[in-house]
Design a protein around this ligand. Structure first.
Ligand SMILES: Nc1ncnc2c1ncn2[C@@H]1O[C@H](COP(=O)(O)OP(=O)(O)OP(=O)(O)O)[C@@H](O)[C@H]1O
Ligand SMILES: [Mg+2]
Ligand SMILES: [Mg+2]
Length: 668
């Protein structure tokens, strides 16, 4: 066995995961503590009974400054400095029933490829079916009462939604957030009040929905495929939690807009369209204007006749081909439509956006406009901010939201410290090099550029590490004590003692076969090179997770990789070598390439040549195909253990699956 995974009992969540300050909230709002069940749809009774006892702990916890005092499998503590420490107490019965739910959920994955005609069967269209599922679950009328922010776009949806959620939570509202996809655990998609839904609540709502739908499906109305099910589940959760809780639901579109299952929302409070680009062309069309038309499908027609109020919409600066379509559609539908400027750094008053990368200023600008509009439309702006409505400064609650919002796998930095001296009592200082993962799930051409820009500037910052917030954090072997009360990780201090390391930038890449690596990889290389960042090596590795199974944090990682087809990774490698070496044929060392479970490249590959890979470096292979991800991480760790003077800065990108898998492996 080649890999040793060290189990830890304690995982750490940082405050940037978005735990808000209840005391502020309490000052602004009287929180409803009584409510009636009489208005509930039949199917909600049970879920609210389940929540009833928890409410006691939450309301009492609130007074003490804690969010969740006790949950069945975990205890979350809110500390003064916004660091949440999750003391994980495995509950075996719960985890096996959770895995069982994941198995059940996985049966909804269709084999249909995107863009192919639907093979779901039945007689209804997707949105018709969605309405029927909502009816079966008794959610239809309740959905209307959720004051929704609905966000479509090619890139930045999840980030924008996350900013919106954090801002409105900081303004004192109960929030629900539905994003996609998830990286490690499906529950990441459902956040209530900034926290992922707990396993026991998830199970409760999941089975409630599942059973009711199963009882009611027919040949004409079969069970929903995965994303449709998850969408109705999100509505179920938010509607249930609304009984006293959720004031705003922030909903990310899954794919496209007009025909997306989330477009069953008829009257959102406000709509947003993030940066548009070329992605999912097999479904949305192969021009920017066709793609824009799909996304504009979430805009809602104002109707004087039906007494429907106008629903405003915002977008970000777009290429004119996209903007023209959005604007035309908005005019046709009488939608008040505005372009939100990227957030000006100065407005942050010295704070930092919690999501890194220049592109996040675009997303943050949109989120600010969406939240202001939401507050005005719901009559809350005046209540909270009185007559300050026209001030150009951002309210403090907005600043808190923008500087604490968190979503994993987007420009996330994780210091792997499993092999580092400062976390091991018996190893002396400097006995190992540094291994730092830069994770970003970019998988479209525009996002690859955004990711490359972020990586280039992040590795430069890391050359002279100073204390950095816990948003760049380490998983392995971290104990509670290692995150100090000010939210900073001690490791960073230790690192200052070892400044003379040789930094090497490594690419760890995979992408789905539907993507075009001939576009993605050159963009990545070019953008990095233009900021002076060159990869020493590129490693191509298959992702562990697949679309065939919904996995959870505790799902087993399959280590049996024998017979894994690596032909896609070899074609990525060939492409890489062509990009790096120009027209010349690279010399690829076949000895460690083929059919090898154990055949990893020699570790010298990483540090043999001092010079970075560049066109001048003719015909020397500067890449490898790795047989599996667990082996790759072990291999990287061994490399830094062997070389105390090395700092490996590994960019993991190309696939959210890959990013999720790496996060999962590092957390173990
Ligand atoms: N405004 C933007 N412009 C370009 N790239 C962006 C922008 N915002 C985010 N990205 C890139 O897209 C990746 C995904 O970001 P995010 O999750 O916010 O977008 P998304 O639209 O929800 O993506 P997905 O299609 O995966 O659901 C980021 O990791 C980053 O590389
Ligand atoms: Mg997408
Ligand atoms: Mg997303």
């Amino acid at each position: 066995m080649l890999l040793m995974l060290v189990p830890t009992n304690t995982a750490i969540k940082c405050g940037v995961f978005g735990v808000s300050n209840f005391s502020k909230r309490d000052r602004q709002f009287s929180i409803r503590t009584t409510w009636s069940f009489s208005c509930l749809p039949a199917s909600l009774d049970a879920c609210d009974l389940a929540r009833n006892s928890e409410l006691q702990s939450i309301t009492s916890g609130r007074n003490k400054g804690f969010r969740y005092m006790k949950m069945s499998s975990q205890v979350l503590e809110k500390t003064d400095n916004n660091v949440v420490i999750e003391d994980y107490q495995p509950d075996l019965a719960l985890s096996s029933s959770y895995e069982n739910a994941m198995e059940t959920l996985s049966t909804l994955i269709t084999r249909q490829k995107r863009g192919e005609p639907s093979n779901i069967g039945g007689t209804y269209g997707k949105l018709e079916r969605m309405s029927m599922y909502l009816k079966i679950l008794g959610l239809e009328e309740h959905l209307v009462k959720l004051k929704i922010i609905h966000v479509a776009g090619t890139k930045g949806k999840g980030s924008t939604c996350t900013f919106c959620e954090a801002i409105l939570r900081e303004c004192g509202f109960r929030t629900g957030l539905f994003t996609s996809p998830h990286l490690v655990d499906v529950r990441e998609r459902f956040r209530v009040d900034g926290l992922e839904i707990t396993e026991d609540k998830f199970l409760h709502y999941f089975w409630d929905c599942w059973n009711l739908l199963k009882e009611n499906v027919t040949d004409a109305l079969p069970m929903p495929p995965l994303f449709q099910f998850l969408t109705v589940l999100a509505f179920k959760i938010f509607v249930c939690e609304q009984v006293g809780y959720v004031d705003v639901a922030v909903i990310e579109v899954g794919l496209g807009g007009i025909r997306d299952s989330t477009n069953v929302i008829k009257e959102p409070a406000v709509c947003g369209i993030t940066s548009l680009g070329m992605d999912h062309m097999e479904v949305l069309g192969n021009t920017l204007s066709k793609i824009a038309l799909h996304k504009a499908g979430i805009l809602k027609l104002m109707s004087f006749l039906l007494l429907k109020p106008e629903i405003p919409a915002f977008t970000v600066p777009q290429l004119s081909e996209a903007m023209d379509v959005l604007q035309e559609r908005a005019i046709e539908l009488s939608v008040p439509f505005k372009v939100a400027d990227p957030l000006d750094d100065e407005k942050l008053k010295g704070l930092k956006l919690s999501l890194s990368g220049d592109h996040q200023f675009i997303n943050a600008g949109l989120a600010v406009s969406l939240c202001k509009s939401w507050l005005r439309r719901t009559g809350n702006w005046e209540k909270i901010f009185h007559n300050d409505s026209e001030v150009s400064d951002l309210p403090d609650a907005f600043l808190r939201g923008l500087s604490t919002a968190h979503i994993s796998g987007r420009a996330q930095i994780v210091h792997d410290i499993s092999s580092m001296s400062c976390f091991s009592s018996e190893v002396t200082e400097s006995s190992s090099g540094d291994l730092i993962f830069y994770l970003d799930g970019a998988h479209s051409p525009e996002s690859m550029e955004a990711c490359a820009q972020w990586f280039s500037s992040a590795v430069k910052e890391n050359k002279n590490p100073s204390l950095s917030p816990a948003s760049t954090f380490s998983f392995s072997k971290i104990r509670n004590m290692e995150v100090q009360r000010n939210g900073y990780i001690r490791q960073e201090k230790e690192e200052i003692k070892q400044p003379n390391k040789i930094s090497k930038q490594i690419l760890l890449f995979n992408c789905m076969e539907v993507r075009d690596p001939q576009v993605l990889l050159p963009r990545l290389v070019r953008t990095c090179a233009s900021s002076g960042t060159h990869f020493s090596k590129a490693l191509f590795v298959p992702s562990i997770s697949t679309y065939n199974k919904v996995t959870s944090r505790s799902s087993a990682i399959p280590l049996d990789i024998s017979g894994k087809d690596l032909s896609w990774q070899f074609s990525l490698q060939r492409l890489w070598e062509r990009i790096i070496h120009g027209a010349a044929d690279p010399v690829l060392d076949k000895s460690f390439q083929m059919d090898g479970v154990e055949t990893l490249p020699p570790r010298e590959l990483l540090y043999e040549d001092a010079s970075p890979c560049s066109p001048a470096d003719k015909c020397v292979a500067c890449s490898a195909v790795m047989p599996s991800l667990p082996l790759t991480i072990k291999w990287l760790r061994d490399c830094v253990k062997e070389n105390p003077s090395l700092r490996l800065q590994v960019l993991v990108t190309g696939s959210l699956h890959l990013v999720g898998d790496v996060l999962k492996l590092l957390k173990r």
